[in-house]
Design a protein around this ligand. Structure first.
Ligand SMILES: Nc1ncnc2c1ncn2[C@@H]1O[C@H](COP(=O)(O)OP(=O)(O)OP(=O)(O)O)[C@@H](O)[C@H]1O
Ligand SMILES: [Mg+2]
Length: 281
């Protein structure tokens, strides 16, 4: 790869380089790259990305990677309980860390947990390039990208750089989240990335005491928005304490309770993603 190399300060044991002018290539050995995204913050992108990756590996028996593209707020180290630095091969590729059957990579593996990441845009892009293309992924069927919130330049550039096969849009059912989800969808359309479907997160809360369902963020909003945009809802994930606990403990609910209703809901998303990838191929 040709390009002007400009070295950045050492981060952990890895030195990042900004490569300007280099041609972007498909990630070696990776068949499909999919983004889990939404215009809005805090709607459950990372939780969905982590559980989807585990479901694709365990339920669909695929070779799966998970790349945390949220450089400013990485979640994968906590949600997958990974607190070690990746090894580096002789040809200077980072080795992703295998957890629950998924090969994981995150900037959070390289920087101390409490230190702020104050990089400017070119440095972020350089880090993302390094974490995607200069990683020894081996052969993967699917690489799941946990996208940062927003639809700005960084997200757009990331989308273009990673040559996505498709995007999964996560939204909670209320209008304010769906407006941002529409922005996310528009961003992917701009760069001709097919939308694989919408996942409605926190769709319903079932009281553990009386089993009464409550639609805390509204009911039916995601289906209505999907129909308007000609898209499919590929899963509905309830608001459930065990999902939050699994994320905080670093044990996804698919690992701790693989037979639960919630795990079945995530498995359904995974099966639908595989189906949709075949449709849009
Ligand atoms: N279905 C759910 N039930 C209960 N808690 C959930 C659910 N989905 C996500 N959460 C919790 O909501 C919080 C936000 O989720 P998460 O970090 O996945 O969102 P995000 O969209 O990735 O946020 P950000 O925009 O900051 O990256 C987390 O504490 C997570 O554990
Ligand atoms: Mg996140």
């Amino acid at each position: 790869m040709k390009g002007l190399l400009r070295s950045f300060p050492r981060v952990g044991s890895v030195r990042f380089y900004a490569v300007f002018g280099g041609k972007d290539l498909k990630i070696e050995g990776v068949k499909d790259v999919i983004a889990v995204a939404s215009g809005k913050g805090g709607v459950g992108k990372s939780t969905t990305a982590v559980n989807l990756a585990v479901a694709l590996a365990n339920k669909c028996k695929l070779k799966v990677g998970l790349l945390d593209a949220d450089v400013y707020g990485p979640s994968v180290p906590i949600m997958m309980n990974i607190h070690q630095k990746p090894e580096v091969t002789q040809d200077m590729k980072m080795v992703p860390i295998d957890k629950y059957g998924v090969k994981c990579m995150s900037i959070g593996f390289l920087v101390p947990e409490n230190s702020p990441i104050v990089w400017r845009a070119p440095m972020v892009m350089s880090a993302l390039r390094k974490m995607s293309k200069e990683v020894d992924w081996g052969n993967l069927d699917i690489l799941v990208i946990d996208m940062p919130p927003g639809t700005g330049d960084a997200q757009l550039t990331t989308t273009q750089m990673l040559q996505l096969s498709g995007a999964v849009i996560v939204s909670t059912p209320q209008d304010v989240a769906l407006i941002d989800a529409r922005r996310g969808i528009a961003m992917f359309s701009k760069v001709s990335v097919p939308i694989l479907g919408l996942v409605e997160n926190m769709s319903c809360f079932v009281c553990p005491h009386c089993s009464e369902p409550s639609f805390i963020f509204g009911n039916g909003g995601t289906r209505k928005a999907a129909t308007e945009m000609g898209l499919k809802v590929i899963g509905e994930i309830p608001l459930e304490m065990d999902i939050r606990k699994g994320s905080d403990d670093g044990v996804p609910i698919l690992v701790s309770s693989p037979d639960s209703a919630v795990s079945k809901a995530y498995n359904e998303v995974a099966v639908n993603v595989v189906k949709r990838l075949q449709e849009v191929a």
